[in-house]
Design a protein around this ligand. Structure first.
Ligand SMILES: N[C@@H](CCC[C@H](N)C(=O)O)C(=O)O
Length: 274
């Protein structure tokens, strides 16, 4: 039986359990089965993923490392909402000076977050627009744009988000294009530089929001709007997700900045009996 500190937070209802582990002595190498049990919404606490907060190694360029795990226990390179919730945790605990931009180490390198009231923006670096492949949902195959946001995405345009179906099953994709699996977004246009999306996340199923997914969707839409490979000036897309609204700015220097609310809703000590 072990007792450890935990917090729960979300960014547009993409929800995470935060496990403080500054020196790596509390959780060490997180066991995938333990993460999956914690994240399970019936036999555990429930979350789309876990953010283990551990001090970064010297010379990494940041004081804190976000050790991100999907709900099924798998490791992913990056999580856009996760890093924003992680940043909220760091500020809440007084572990960083939130009046200035803060670098956070991730498996996809350093991401710099900026605080603005309830919103937190993160410079996601330079995502890559790649080729076209196909995804199949509800028996219908659709063209999907391959976007690399540090993690893999396939973005399919639909007229109506209902066309994605229940998303209880993972849509089919080409494993030759995505040998490590893929996050799949369905996107519908809502107006100029305004879209809505649903996502089936690798390792988590359908979630209420996905930050890297919003970036992928904004870039695929911008490309479809003729702003490929990079806009002449900054362009901002509003991306509605089931859990709220995110904004993605594709800067003229190729960087994508993801912004939206990020909150911590609970904290405590947990005695895990499972
Ligand atoms: N919800 C995240 C993405 C989490 C990782 C993803 N499921 C993967 O396996 O790549 C986000 O906000 O970006």
């Amino acid at each position: 039986m072990t007792t450890f500190a935990w917090l729960k937070g979300h960014g547009t209802e993409n929800d995470f359990l935060i496990l403080p582990d500054p020196d790596g002595t509390v959780h060490g190498d997180l066991d995938a089965a333990f993460v999956a049990a914690l994240c399970d919404r019936r036999r555990g606490l429930g979350a789309d993923g876990v953010l283990r907060a551990v001090r970064a190694a010297p010379g990494e360029g940041a004081e804190w490392f976000m050790d991100y795990r999907n709900a099924d226990g798998t490791i992913a390179e990056m999580c856009g909402n996760g890093v924003r919730v992680f940043a909220r945790y760091l500020a809440l605990e007084g572990l960083v000076d939130s009046s200035v931009p803060v670098p956070v180490a991730t498996r996809d390198g350093i991401k710099v977050v900026t605080y603005d009231g309830i919103a937190i923006a993160v410079d996601m670096g330079v995502p890559r627009l790649l080729g076209e492949s196909k995804v199949v949902a509800e028996g219908t195959a659709r063209a999907a744009r391959h976007v690399d946001v540090g993690n893999p995405h396939a973005v399919a345009f639909v007229d109506d988000l209902g066309e994605a179906g229940t998303l209880l099953e993972e849509p089919q994709y080409d494993p030759a294009v995505y040998p490590d699996g893929v996050n799949i977004e369905f996107v519908a246009r809502r107006g100029p530089r305004h879209v809505a999306m649903r996502v089936h996340e690798r390792g988590a199923g359908e979630t209420r929001s996905c930050g890297t997914g919003a970036v992928a969707v904004a870039l695929a839409t911008a490309a479809a709007d003729g702003n490929d490979p990079a806009p002449d000036e900054d362009v901002t897309y509003r991306v509605d997700v089931p859990g709220g609204t995110l904004h993605v700015t594709w800067r003229a220097d190729g960087h994508a900045v993801l912004a939206g609310p990020a909150v911590i809703i609970a904290r405590g000590d947990l005695t895990w009996l499972g």
